[in-house]
Design a protein around this ligand. Structure first.
Ligand code: BG6
Length: 501
């Protein structure tokens, strides 16, 4: 009989000390869709201490309405939780509501009182599931009542992107947060870094000796980091109109991934050692100059089309979007990292909404074989690729050339695929990983203030160049016909790797 595998991969991880999980914006969408499902899964796996409490701040409803909406939300958006009555009852007893307006001092006094009634510990994680304009109000409110002070337990603040809208506003936000908290107490979440395959990228890079000699300009032709989405902007016109795809996905998620692909091995796997290496990558990124922004970037917006046979409207017809909007829903940018390892290797990052499928991947394209030894009749061996599939079908594949069976030396593409689904257990959702990290004080996967500012420094010239644009190219929803995409990969071996091709 084969030995039984560890039953649930989600249960791997150290249990953590009890903590109060305070959620600002507890009646909002993020709480229902992501935070509560993650907490429920952590509770089931023993990763959330049963003495922890979940304290929800919101206004305009009762505690029982709030709990009911969480319950319905988990059932609707997170079926993978398999919520049963017993589990929900246990979770409910851990929840407490603190209704109030974020602008009122009384809300923070009420929160402090509520936290003081909880026995046994004073640890608290404050999760801001609210728009960024509230962050400074919240931290000031917490500081006023002494809830940022760590003398009797940890006090950690978690915030979601955007961390500013450009360099100037990012600096302002960092200053405001640091006026109330020490940098070590601030956890800037980037949920992409909590994804299995993104973390596996680090393990793959730094635990396989065959990769190390290849991981540089001598063997790698270019690197593509992409996130194609089939969804539109959903209900978020208000945010998206101001943000656009460059801020929403490139400045945050995809540039973070780029730093992990490109960084030097850190001396140890600790938060600051890893983040120091990531920052060095950002500092080495060649600045975008006005003259080459046109050549090195593309921006476009979806027009109406069909996805999976269903008609979808154009971006400008989405609720809340101005009919004249020139906001980009697709963006591509070609980066260069001017250092010893990566000189001359293009890093092409691209993302778009309303594309035919949801696929996110990291494609490491190696140089082509120097010479074709075989008589392959116009079908030469192609450059190898190592592909990290972030989703769906998380896993890693290596594209090689192999012999076609039979009396021939003809070549076929052979894909060695290592899907995660075969490794046993579910794949943890990014939020479980990241919440667990915050509660255990591990900031490795969170962005530091200087890192955020460096990345804006890189993106600011593109924002400046696009600032006054009145029109934008269109692409039809549900197609890969994107003007300029092939050109963005000019000179790159095999060009644009369309997802799934
Ligand atoms: C969010 C962006 O940060 O990431 C969204 O604001 C995007 O626009 C989402 O859809 C993508 O994340 P995931 O995990 O679905 O790939």
């Amino acid at each position: 009989m084969t030995e039984k595998k560890i039953p649930d991969k989600q249960c791997l991880g150290d249990p953590i000390e009890p903590a109060n999980i305070v959620i600002f914006g507890a009646a909002g969408d993020l709480t229902k869709r992501k935070l509560v499902p993650a907490l429920l899964k952590m509770l089931r796996c023993g990763l959330l201490h049963p003495k922890s409490k979940v304290i929800g701040l919101f206004k305009g409803r009762t505690e029982s309405d709030w709990l009911e909406s969480l319950y319905q939300g988990v059932r609707a958006y997170a079926p993978e939780v398999n919520l049963d009555d017993g589990q929900w009852q246990t979770f409910k007893t851990m929840c407490k509501a603190v209704p109030g307006d974020l602008r009122d001092n009384a809300t923070y006094d009420g929160l402090k009182d509520a936290l003081e009634t909880i026995d046994g510990h004073r640890n608290a994680m404050f999760y801001c599931a609210v728009p960024p304009q509230w962050y400074a109000t919240i931290t000031t409110g917490l500081k006023r009542v002494g809830l940022t002070d760590e003398t009797d337990g940890f006090r950690r603040l978690v915030i979601e992107k955007p961390f500013g809208m450009d360099l100037e506003s990012a600096k302002k936000l960092n200053g405001e947060l640091q006026a109330s908290l020490d940098e070590s107490q601030i956890y800037r979440i980037d949920h992409y870094l909590g994804k299995e395959s993104v973390q596996n990228l680090l393990v793959y890079r730094f635990s396989n000796s065959i990769l190390e000699p290849l991981w540089n300009r001598n063997f790698i032709d270019h690197i593509q980091i992409s996130a194609a989405e089939s969804i539109g902007i959903e209900y978020r016109a208000n945010y998206y109109e101001k943000s656009g795809a460059l801020r929403d996905m490139i400045q945050s998620h995809l540039m973070q991934v780029m730093t992990l692909v490109a960084m030097e091995p850190p001396v140890e796997f600790t938060a600051d050692a890893v983040r120091d290496e990531k920052i060095k990558v950002l500092r080495a990124v060649r600045p975008f100059e006005k003259e080459n922004i046109k050549k090195q970037t593309i921006a476009a917006q979806y027009s109406a089309g069909k996805i999976d046979g269903e008609a979808v409207k154009s971006y400008v017809a989405e609720e809340g979007v101005s009919p004249e909007s020139a906001t980009e829903t697709l963006v591509g940018a070609r980066f260069y990292i001017d250092n010893w390892r990566w000189q001359g290797v293009p890093f092409v990052l691209w993302t778009g909404k309303r594309l035919p499928r949801r696929v996110s991947e990291i494609v490491i394209r190696f140089r082509k074989p120097p010479f074709n030894l075989f008589d392959t009749e116009g079908n030469p061996p192609l450059a190898n690729a190592l592909v990290f599939r972030v989703h769906p079908d998380e896993g890693i594949s290596l594209r090689m050339n192999a012999k076609l069976p039979g009396l021939t030396t003809d070549i076929k593409r052979s894909v060695m695929h290592a899907p995660y689904s075969e490794d046993g257990g579910d794949i943890s959702d990014a939020y479980e990983v990241l919440l667990h990290d915050v509660l255990s004080g591990d900031a490795t996967l969170f962005s530091r203030a200087d890192e955020v500012e460096e990345s804006w420094q890189i993106i600011d010239p593109i924002l400046q160049a696009w600032k006054d644009k009145l029109s934008i190219n269109r692409y039809q929803a549900g197609t890969w016909e994107i003007e300029g995409m092939e050109e963005l990969f000019e000179g790159c071996e095999l060009g644009w790797h369309k997802p799934g091709h």
